[in-house]
Design a protein around this ligand. Structure first.
Ligand code: NAG
Ligand code: NAG
Ligand code: NAG
Ligand code: NAG
Ligand code: NAG
Ligand code: NAG
Ligand code: NAG
Ligand code: ZN
Length: 713
């Protein structure tokens, strides 16, 4: 589900990590830490023999083949068995024990979708909701292409006046209420971006609105637009005016996974729970900017002006005033009929046992898509994962034996809400808690040339150091490493993990996690996120001609995996976790000061002090263990590294959302993608619930102390 990397001029340049559920990744507040700044000391990078085998195994021609295969299959969740079997068979060929892993999950499919506008003069006109077939791009005209719709949207046929509500954030709605704009009984016209789309629908529903239409605004494409003279896809790099962003409208920040089986696996015959608290009760549809233009125009002269509303990113780049409306007699008819089913989905799980049975590395990517293509989201990652399995085969053929268990996971139904990965984690949670050393995620492996890294703090150092070993094919000149490009793009900031891709379920049972990607920025070809135009034709013509970026990201992922599988002492940097905790603390202290609340957060300081002590001790011990080659000591250190993160998991979960259990980081309640640090405390303050905030100071401090205790030698 990852998100697109396109930034509006109003958003900071940091935060380019693309997650497939995500659209915009707002940069978190943390400003106190020193960014990673050291560039490559040696050029070209020096690799060990085994690193060379892996890196040299990546062949952009075979990655091109995998991308072409995935880019021509229907892989909508539950409809992609053929691609699952193909993936299983190739993993097997590459020496893995591979099998399909089936769950029976609740999904919804489009049956009939239509939208019409009635103008003030009484004329009714249809609004085009489907994307144009393009002769240049074979999959966009196939009879089995996937129509536009919102996954998990409610069925309904509603006609009403409509109101433009900006990006539909909680703050946008608060402002409209404050200004007295009539929302009850109206349809919401909402601009994509900033928060997860399901939360836009949730906010509209909570304000008594009866339907939602969400549109893409060309303002998010910066200068790369038709209005600024750039030729659109398929002839140029600008967005096709008719491209539509599909996607799920699950209330993601409350609960990912199959909404009918909260907390337990969706095996056939499992009891099914009520879903009303996580799926919308009102219908919604996505539309293109071309379709949105007349809808916005029809509100000109009615309701409040953009200046009166005075909210950031309110006004987009279409020719309209972006007034709120409603306009008397101007109505939308939104007709959305869905078919709901409990239906099989297929993860592919492939593994090789390591010599240490109690240490496991999981590497995952989802395979399902909203369209036949999906060559950016997520099949750039799928092609990379396939090539990675081939690279490891070469290493195995050369006599290498993994110390730790390797699991490759090709997830299904991620797009609806990380369904495949969540059900698998729920089924195997005990084994994972006993053995998982880390989870590596690649979703949108490539949608452009700008590398992004999100990770739990103990993996920042290995995650950035290994980028120095990879040659970036084409960003900012010759002879530059992936690390150089990442530095330019992010100023050296590793992202805090929120949600929007399959790392979520691992992180919230206390497993160290990494999410890597390479995205597109303001001067790159526009990536058609969740549109039929995210296709093989787009990828091979604009996104990554020659598939060299795919190869570089695959090389990087394979080195990350190799070191986590093969290093005697796990390459974890615990002191950095303490540094990050302190930065999150300072952010929280600022937030509390701004809010003018008197909340005592000193227990957090004490807990972080204790954690820092333990982190230093274990770091020293790790060095000693490595220097002495002492097997017993190495095992002791690795066990603590594997387990410490479990301490951050709070029984019962965060307030109002039991699934999210990590006390240090979680997706924001009203963002869905972007992370909130110390979420229990921070959101208690944000929403004015001080008893909750106070309770969570204690619970968060206890979590940090538990993690510290686990690290204690
Ligand atoms: C009604 O208004 C719409 C929008 O301005 C316009 O396109 C249409 O031609 C008008 N119909 C008539 C009958 O005037
Ligand atoms: C939806 O409602 C509109 C307006 O009431 C009506 O014309 C249309 O036939 C309805 N669609 C369906 C599929 O019932
Ligand atoms: C768009 O172009 C203008 C004028 O050249 C420039 O000032 C602005 O920074 C550009 N915006 C982006 C997002 O690149
Ligand atoms: C708009 O909002 C900003 C920030 O909230 C505020 O500083 C400014 O005074 C407001 N402008 C108007 C015209 O109300
Ligand atoms: C891998 O290990 C597991 C558990 O330790 C065992 O059940 C399984 O049979 C092993 N698989 C192979 C192929 O050795
Ligand atoms: C890139 O590095 C190689 C090897 O160090 C060197 O031979 C080559 O001249 C460099 N190319 C450029 C364009 O700097
Ligand atoms: C604060 O949280 C508690 C527990 O979830 C809830 O009962 C209470 O209504 C909340 N109060 C506010 C003002 O949100
Ligand atoms: Zn994705």
């Amino acid at each position: 589900m990852k998100t697109q990397l396109r930034l509006s001029s109003l958003l900071p340049l940091a935060g380019l990590v693309s997650a497939c559920l995500r659209e915009f990744n707002l940069s978190p507040r943390h400003t106190h830490r020193k960014p990673v700044a050291r560039r490559n000391e040696e050029w070209p990078p020096i690799l060990t023999e085994q690193e060379s085998i892996l890196v040299n195994a990546f062949d952009s021609n075979s990655i091109d083949d995998w991308s072409a295969y995935y880019g021509h299959q229907v892989k909508l969740a539950g409809l992609g068995r053929e691609a699952a079997e193909w993936t299983r068979d190739r993993f097997s060929t590459n020496g893995f024990n591979a099998a399909l892993n089936e769950y029976h999950v609740y999904l919804s499919y489009p049956v009939h979708q239509a939208l019409a506008i009635t103008y003030g003069n009484g004329t009714t006109a249809p609004v085009e909701i489907q994307e144009d077939p393009l002769p240049e791009d074979d999959v966009t005209g196939r009879p089995d292409r996937v129509p536009t719709f919102h996954g998990y949207s409610a069925s309904g046929n509603v006609t009403a006046e409509y109101v433009y509500v900006g990006r539909g954030t909680g703050a946008d709605f608060e402002r409209l209420v404050e200004l007295g704009v009539e929302l009850e009984g109206k349809i919401a016209l909402i601009r994509y971006g900033s928060i997860f789309r399901g939360l836009k629908v949730k906010n509209a529903q909570n304000h008594g609105m009866i339907g939602a239409v969400i549109f893409t605004d060309p303002a998010d494409d910066g200068n790369m637009t038709v209005a600024k003279g750039v030729e659109p896809y398929p002839h140029g790099p600008a967005r096709h005016p008719g491209s539509v962003q599909k996607g799920s409208v699950l209330f993601l920040s409350t609960y990912p996974g199959d909404p009918t089986t909260p907390g337990y696996p969706s095996v056939e015959g499992a009891p099914r729970a009520d879903t009303s608290f996580v799926v919308p009760g009102i219908p919604s549809l996505p539309i293109s900017y071309r379709a949105a233009q007349p809808l916005l125009r029809a509100l000109d002269g009615h309701g409040l002006t953009a200046e009166e509303v005075n909210r950031t990113a309110w006004k987009g780049a279409l020719e309209a005033e972006y007034r709120t409306g409603p306009a008397p007699g101007v109505r939308l008819s939104l007709d959305n009929l869905m078919r709901e089913e409990i239906t099989p989905i297929w993860n592919v799980i492939a593994y090789i046992n390591g010599t240490n049975a109690d240490e496991t590395l999981v590497i995952g990517n989802h395979r399902d898509t909203w369209m036949i293509g999906g060559n950016g989201d997520p099949n750039s990652g799928s092609a990379i994962l396939m090539e990675l399995s081939r690279a490891f085969k070469k290493l195995l053929d050369a006599g290498w034996k993994p110390k730790r268990n390797i699991v490759l996971a090709s997830w299904d139904a991620e797009e609806y809400g990380m369904i495949g990965s969540t059900e698998w984690v729920e089924e195997h949670v005990n084994w994972l808690k006993e053995t998982a050393i880390a989870y590596l995620n690649i979703d949108v492996g490539v949608s452009g040339p700008r590398p992004g890294l999100g990770a739990t703090p103990e993996l920042h150092t290995i995650g950035t150091e290994l980028m120095k070993k990879i040659i970036h094919p084409n960003f900012g000149g010759f002879n530059r490493s992936l690390f150089d490009a990442w530095q330019d793009v992010t100023s050296g900031h590793v992202e805090v993990l929120g949600s929007g891709s399959d790392f979520t379920s691992f992180l919230h049972v206390g497993i160290s996690s990494v999410d890597i990607s390479s995205g597109n920025g303001p001067t790159d070809p526009v990536w058609h996120y969740h549109s039929n135009y995210d296709s093989y034709h787009w990828m091979s013509t604009f996104g990554d001609p020659g598939f060299h970026l795919h190869a570089a990201m695959g090389q990087y992922l394979s080195l990350l995996a190799f070191h986590l599988l093969d290093d005697d002492v796990l390459p974890f940097d615990l002191p950095n976790y303490a540094v990050e905790l302190r930065a999150y603390y300072e952010d929280l202290a600022d937030e509390i000061e701004e809010s003018g609340t008197a909340l005592d957060i000193s227990p957090l300081v004490a807990a972080i002090d204790a954690f820092e002590e333990r982190a230093k001790e274990i770091n020293d011990l790790a060095r000693q263990a490595a220097a002495l080659g002492d097997k017993g000591l190495i095992k002791l250190v690795n066990t603590k590294y594997r387990d410490f993160q479990r301490g951050f998991v709070s029984q019962g979960g965060l307030p109002t959302r039991e699934f999210y259990k990590h006390v240090v980081m979680a997706p924001g309640l009203d963002t869905g993608y972007a992370a909130v640090t110390f979420p229990g405390v921070s959101e208690g303050v944000q929403y004015g619930n001080f008893s909750i905030a106070a309770e969570w100071v204690t619970r968060t401090a206890n979590g940090i102390l538990r993690a510290a205790e686990i690290l204690k030698p």
